[in-house]
Design a protein around this ligand. Structure first.
Ligand SMILES: [Fe+2]
Ligand SMILES: [Fe+2]
Length: 294
């Protein structure tokens, strides 16, 4: 099947991807976050994606401080997702108070089109690993399937694919296989994740999975410095650049570059449904049909 890439008609889209801010006691560096926000405003992106771990321990004062910083971002299109650290200490209550819904789907006007951006909460209370969860699959499908006005972007904190240079991989997305299959099926263009504090990009079956590092802490791994990502999409290419806050051009490094049209040379034979099926959930069925049990 030939993919009709609606996004080919788009002139250019710029996305800033920030994650793992970790406001709180310890290794948080306010100067790095301030620099990243000033640079983000100078870059004038179409979208800012904050891919989770806004706080260290999920405490209210941490969310409050994070909000004070992030309110300085001038871009009108900004999405936030929960990270595992935000899910500590019942932190979702504070997340909702300061940042609104933990999950949402928005459309963002971009030159000659609209991007569909879905922010999904992959956290579980007090666990470091994540899960999209079967209850979300039908929602992803309803948001992305058939979208033909621009790029399809999923923002989710936990990594779907392993990130090199991060040590033992024990806290990824627990249902990563099914989620990858769904993203391929739905022809999602970009997945923006954080969590591992190491920036890295994979492109698999047309899905570009982009991980950002930690923007404003010294909770780094190996020799990787604090960083965030800038993603530039134009008619020909998708370019992902790592930027170290406050380091200017010297702190810039190309992470990956792809042709605008995703490379999809593989064929997949068994029916998708053989692997993943979207359950009809009893609590949703009940809503449309009334009580199913007398
Ligand atoms: Fe983190
Ligand atoms: Fe995390």
């Amino acid at each position: 099947m030939t993919r009709v890439l609606s996004t080919e008609r788009l002139a250019s889209v710029r996305i800033v991807q920030i994650s793992d801010i970790h406001v709180g006691a310890g290794l948080f560096k306010p100067d790095l976050l301030t620099a990243a926000i000033e640079e983000t405003n100078a870059l004038e992106p179409d979208l800012v994606a904050v891919a989770g771990d806004l706080t260290m321990e999920g405490h209210r004062w941490e969310f409050e401080e994070a909000k004070e910083y992030l309110d300085r971002i001038g871009c009108p299109n900004i999405v936030y997702t929960m990270g595992n650290h935000d899910a500590r200490a019942v932190g979702y209550r504070h997340f909702e108070d300061f940042f609104g819904l933990r999950e949402r789907s928005i459309t963002v006007e971009v030159p000659e089109g609209e991007a569909k951006v879905v922010a999904l909460d992959s956290t579980k209370p007090d666990l470091d690993e994540g899960e999209v969860g079967r209850e979300h699959y039908a929602w992803l499908d309803s948001e992305f399937r058939g979208w033909d006005r621009g790029p399809k972007i999923l923002v989710v904190h936990h990594h779907i694919l392993a990130v090199p240079g991060t040590g033992r991989d024990v806290n990824n997305l627990r249902d990563a296989g099914d989620v990858m299959a769904i993203l391929r099926e739905l022809e999602v263009d970009l997945v923006l994740s954080g969590h591992r504090h190491v920036p890295y990009v994979w492109s698999i079956s047309g899905v570009r999975v982009v991980h950002s590092g930690t923007v404003s802490t010294m909770r780094v791994r190996g020799t990787m410095p604090p960083s965030y990502n800038v993603i530039d999409i134009d008619a020909e290419s998708v370019k992902i650049t790592l930027k170290q806050p406050g380091k200017g051009k010297e702190g810039e490094e190309a992470l990956a570059s792809f042709a605008r049209t995703p490379v999809k040379t593989s064929e997949f034979y068994p029916e998708f449904e053989r692997y993943v099926r979207y359950d009809e959930l009893p609590f949703l069925r009940g809503r449309s049909e009334g009580p199913s049990n007398p």
